[in-house]
Design a protein around this ligand. Structure first.
Ligand code: MN
Length: 258
């Protein structure tokens, strides 16, 4: 029986997590380990300086083990892989309320939980819907997760163990298809807003306006903009391979050392 580990960064009580767990509950032996409160944008942080606890939390109507932890999304996957002799076959993270596109995956706890699964050699999927929590609908993403568990063609991506999936928050009949994508490039400007507290002292709030640097055809941003499901195979190598040779040549001229 397939063992499936589910986590997220929106927390154990998030509707997207519940939709995901319900969609795959009868597909295998499902365990949920999720943060006890929201940890969106926690990135790949892990907890080193305090004890981690797991508390069993029943998910009403679902016959599966679910635990809330005081850890991060990546901690949740680490906790779910403690028993090296009984590793999950699959990690599913989500369903996040809000897209995780382009470099957002560097900040996303949803993506990092999936990456932590992949670091443990477990095929892992991060799933997000492209609408904020108040408007998000999870039915299409949940159905897709069910199909991933049942029939994902693993031979089609032998090297990738980590897939970042974004699903338009649309009714099924309005989904324009599914596209294999690369990450786009989208950065944020005006990221820190300075305000004054009632005593006149400054404080800062993380915000920002997205500026799309690459939303060309083939990117995750473009697929979502055209109403398609986007699936991006990822790996961890952040090396800029094209820059190695110019840098080697510059350093060979003694630019830095000796
Ligand atoms: Mn989130």
């Amino acid at each position: 029986m397939m063992k499936i580990l589910i986590s997220n960064d929106d927390g154990i009580h998030a509707p997207g997590l519940r939709a995901l767990a319900a969609a795959v509950a009868d597909c295998g032996e499902v365990t949920v380990i999720a943060p006890e409160r929201e940890q969106s944008a926690a990135g790949h942080a892990v907890t080193l300086h305090k004890p981690l606890r797991m508390k069993e939390v029943p998910l009403p109507g679902l016959a599966l083990k679910a635990y809330a932890t005081n850890g991060t999304p990546a901690d949740c996957i680490a906790l779910g892989t403690v028993d090296r002799g009984d590793l999950p076959d699959l990690v599913l993270s989500g369903i996040n309320a809000g897209a995780n596109l382009a470099e957002e995956i560097l900040y996303s706890g949803t993506a990092s939980a999936a990456m932590e699964g992949a670091l443990n050699n477990i095929t892992s999927f991060a799933l997000s819907v492209t609408a904020p929590a108040s408007q998000a609908r999870f039915d299409v993403a949940a159905e897709l997760a069910r199909r991933i568990v049942r029939s994902f063609p693993r031979e089609a991506a032998p090297r990738a163990r980590f897939f970042n999936v974004n699903v338009p928050s649309l009714p099924p009949e309005e989904i324009a298809g599914i596209e294999v994508t690369r990450l786009g490039h989208r950065c944020y400007v005006n990221r820190m807003e300075k305000r004054l507290d009632p005593r006149g002292r400054p404080y800062y709030w993380f915000t920002g306006d997205p500026v799309e640097r690459d939303s060309s055809p083939g990117t995750d941003i473009a697929a979502i903009a055209s109403g398609k499901i986007s699936i991006t195979p990822l790996h961890f190598d952040l090396t800029s391979h094209d820059d190695i040779t110019p840098l080697v040549e510059a350093l060979a001229r003694g630019a830095l050392w000796p």
